[in-house]
Structures are given as C-alpha cells and as structure tokens.
Design a protein around this ligand. Structure first.
Ligand code: ATP
Length: 238
C-alpha cells in the first residue's frame, strides 16, 4: 500500500513456558487501516495483542511501531508512544463514575482537550452520557465494554488494539460496538481488531488475517476473505 505502516510484526514468536503460542507471525497495519485478526478460541489472538502491547514476552522476531523497533520498550512506554489496547472483558473502575473513568483515560492530556474529548465520547456512546454521574459498576456488560473503549480513546491512541469487543454481548450491542469501530475508522483511526465474530469483523475491515494455532494461515483484503471458501467453512458457518 501507499500509506505508511503504523505497525509491523515480523517473525514473532511467543511462549508460555515450553508451550509455543505464536509461531512466526507476520502482520502489518497501515495508517488509517482497520485490520481484522480472526481465529478460533485459543488460536493466539490475545497473545499477539499482548505481545504488541508489551505485556507478553516475545521470543524471536520484531514489533515495529511507526518504523521503529519497540521490542525493548516497556508497556507504559508503548502506551506513551500511542499504542493502546482495550482488553477483553470489563476493565473499568466500578466504584468511580463513568465520567471519572473517562477522565482517568486522559490523565496525560491537557485538561481542555480532555473536556472536549469527553463530550466527543458522549456523542459516540450516547448511553454513557445519560449515565455519566453513575458508578461504572452499575453499567451492563456491554456498556462497560463501551466505557473501556471510550476510556482508551481518551488517550488519543495512534494505534487502537481491540480484543474481542463483541464478546458476550447481545446482538444489538454488538452492532453498536461495530458501528463505533466503523465511525472511528472513518475519522482516520488505525485499528487492529481481534474477533471471534469473523463475519462482523471482516465486514467492516479493510484487511483480514486468519490465525490458527499460532500461525497466520490466510490474509488479504477483508472482502476477499469473506468470499473465501475455507473461511466460509471454518469461520462463517457456511
Ligand atoms: P481466546 O479467544 O480464547 O482468548 P486466543 O486466540 O486469544 O483465544 P490465546 O489466549 O492467545 O488465544 O491463547 C493461545 C494459546 O496459548 C492457547 O493454546 C492457550 O491455551 C495458550 N495460553 C494462553 N494463555 C496461557 C497461559 N497463561 N499459560 C499457558 N498457556 C496459555
């Protein structure tokens, strides 16, 4: 592609003790792209995201961010550089209000910018606006997932890593989350989206990768993967 690569993963391996979870992963995300990484349970999706965030040790290979090798950077240094992972599940601060959770996501940003960004998050996720003063713990699972995503966005990431945002959500909320991911893409966000919901992810992505037992087995334009017979059989229930 003509656009610069924001993320380049080359030959990456990772182990849990003696168990090898990643076997030489190659994956690229260009500026402004939405890339979907799909695969079954246990294929290594979360491990790869955690390796990019720096919380999972890697063996061989390299992670480059904005043309710079970052293997040696600590997780917090990667966050400061603009890599932000929204973890799977609900990682919000339950006793704190929704608005304070959002503020926390902008702790490193100027106050005026944070205030403007909070209003932007309320436009993206109207349900959070209605409940802004309530403790985050009172939100439903899907709403907490939205808050976790909104909080991550408050840090103005240059690369957004989304781990199974549709996990365990009712269909209506799944659509809502994917709509937001699409909106962010339209605004220029660069995103790596990890999903078991292959159909929904590939439907909105530019490029897709299929991971099986720690190896990328297929990649290409997302629209082509949606039509691929192997993908249809294995991931789209056709
Ligand atoms: P899921 O959708 O269930 O999160 P995944 O594709 O994200 O699946 P990973 O969680 O990355 O897969 O797991 C990849 C492989 O690593 C699996 O075989 C898993 O059993 C193994 N694994 C993951 N975490 C650990 C751990 N803490 N200790 C040992 N093995 C692990």
């Amino acid at each position: 592609g003509a656009r610069p690569r924001v993320l380049e993963v080359a030959g990456l391996t990772s182990f849990y003790g003696r168990i090898q979870a990643l076997h030489g992963i190659d994956l690229n995300v260009e500026q402004g792209q939405l890339v979907a990484l799909v695969g079954a349970n246990g294929a290594g999706k979360t491990t790869l995201l955690r390796a990019i965030s720096g919380v999972q040790p890697v063996g061989a290979g390299e992670v480059r961010f904005q043309q710079r090798a970052i293997n040696k950077l600590e997780p917090h240094q990667r966050v400061a550089a603009g890599i932000c992972q929204v973890p799977e599940g609900r990682h919000v601060f339950g006793p704190m209000s929704i608005e304070d959770n959002l503020r926390l996501g902008a702790y490193a940003q100027p106050a005026a910018q944070a205030a403007a960004d909070i209003e932007k998050m309320y436009r993206l996720f109207p349900v959070l606006a209605e409940k802004r003063k309530l403790p985050a713990g009172t939100l439903s699972g899907g709403q907490q997932q939205m808050l976790a995503m909104a909080r991550a966005l408050m840090g103005r990431p240059r690369l957004l890593l989304l781990d199974e945002p549709s996990m365990g959500l009712a269909p209506l909320l799944v659509r809502e989350i994917f709509r937001v991911v699409q909106t962010l893409k339209a605004e220029g966000m660069t995103t790596l989206l990890v999903e078991q919901n292959a159909r929904a992810a590939l439907a909105i992505a530019d490029v897709g990768y299929v991971i099986e037992t720690g190896r990328i087995t297929l990649s290409g334009p997302a629209a082509e993967l949606l039509e691929n017979a192997q993908v249809k059989r294995a991931y789209l229930g056709m």
